[in-house]
Design a protein around this ligand. Structure first.
Ligand SMILES: NC(=O)c1ccc[n+]([C@@H]2O[C@H](COP(=O)([O-])OP(=O)(O)OC[C@H]3O[C@@H](n4cnc5c(N)ncnc54)[C@H](O)[C@@H]3O)[C@@H](O)[C@H]2O)c1
Length: 328
């Protein structure tokens, strides 16, 4: 018999698939609440689990609160991982209204559902995009996400900051056991937003060269997707009394530039050329303003989170999984 039911919003997305796999492997039943079912290339990850039959797909839109409530009640959902979002920082600046609808109103709806059907925990997936500008390094959870005079470089970033404030207020005032985990540069097979790494690996495995006109000097905290999943799992299962801060940076804690990523990939996939110009585009300059070394000690102390993959390990596994599923 499977354990209680966990709802994953956005389970059909890149990280959502890995979270669903982890949850069913741990013996839970999962409700994937998403606009669409998983695409074939991601479904393969779920199909590798002996418990693939423990995923229930509920087609739905975060903005439809009655529908969320019906799904939550029907499946007796006790915990929620809120992953679904409009996740495209550059595009969010062209579509601010839509970004706030999905990422802010969507989060309000999840908090209302958790309150109205008495869920035991909501883990809200946030981002280092909540920081408008780096004030000090290493950056920790106490680093300001509202800085008078400094706007966020994207509406995506400010929508994520708003989602955290909303979650905290529901926690404090409405009895919702809320936690936010902040991701950075999550990579692995199935990723959508290239962050250089996807193009470098997948072009390379298909024998193609890769060229970027900018970004070599852009440094990121790249986190392997299975480490991100571990952080979510711990936040979902932690004892409420251990969650003193309720906001955690669950990243790798290491910074790599685009040029360094290219060097690692070239070593593992010799042959195809990778060229990346060091300078930054205007959007990359804004993006860099918020990036710095990240302090993950709070997540270690309160969640027992410890990243297990170095960038080399993560790239190696990405290559292996890509070969297995995409046949390159
Ligand atoms: N990938 C990263 O590097 C990264 C970094 C920081 C934070 N995050 C956060 O992690 C989460 C997941 O990211 P991802 O890379 O898996 O994104 P993704 O775009 O692959 O997946 C998002 C999923 O949400 C679903 N969705 C979007 N709008 C919806 C709606 N209105 N109703 C129901 N479902 C909806 C989409 O259909 C999709 O399946 C997001 O909240 C994102 O902001 C990701």
């Amino acid at each position: 018999m499977s354990k209680e039911c966990v709802m994953i919003t956005g389970g059909s997305g890149f990280i959502g698939i890995y979270i669903m796999k982890k949850m069913i492997d741990e013996g839970y039943t999962v409700v994937n609440y998403d606009l669409a079912p998983p695409p074939a290339e991601l479904q393969k990850i779920l199909d590798d689990s002996d418990n693939a039959g423990n995923v229930i797909y509920e087609r739905g839109n975060l903005l439809d609160l009655p529908d969320l409530l019906i799904a939550g009640k029907k499946h007796k959902v006790k915990r929620i991982v809120h992953m679904a979002a409009f996740f495209d920082p550059a595009e969010s600046n062209r579509r601010p209204y839509f970004t706030y609808q999905v990422n802010v109103q969507g989060t309000i709806n999840i908090m209302e559902m958790a309150r109205l059907i008495n869920c035991d925990r909501v883990v809200n997936i946030s981002s280092i995009g909540v920081y408008p500008e780096k004030q000090y390094e290493p950056m920790d959870e106490k680093h300001p996400m509202f800085i008078p005079g400094a706007g966020h470089g994207s509406h995506y970033g400010s929508s994520k900051a708003a989602s955290e404030l909303i979650g905290q207020a529901y926690c404090r005032n409405n009895g919702v056991s809320y936690v936010s985990v902040r991701f950075s540069g999550v990579y692995g097979y199935g990723m959508r937003y290239s962050m250089f790494i996807k193009d470098m690996i997948e072009n390379g495995l298909n024998g193609k060269d890769t060229e970027f006109g900018s970004g070599g000097d852009l440094t990121r905290d790249y986190t392997y997707v299975k480490d991100s999943v571990e952080g979510v799992y711990r936040a979902l299962m932690a004892d409420d009394k251990d969650l003193v801060n309720r906001t955690y940076l669950t990243t790798s804690g290491e910074l790599y530039s685009g040029t360094q990523v290219a060097e690692i990939v070239k070593e593992m996939i010799p042959g195809p050329q990778i060229t990346i110009a060091p300078e930054l585009s205007e959007f990359e300059q804004k993006d860099m303003a918020k990036r710095g070394k990240i302090d993950i000690s709070l997540a270690k102390d309160e969640l027992g989170y410890e990243p297990r993959y170095s960038l080399q390990d993560g790239i190696k596994e990405y290559i292996e999984i890509y070969k297995k599923y995409a046949g390159a």
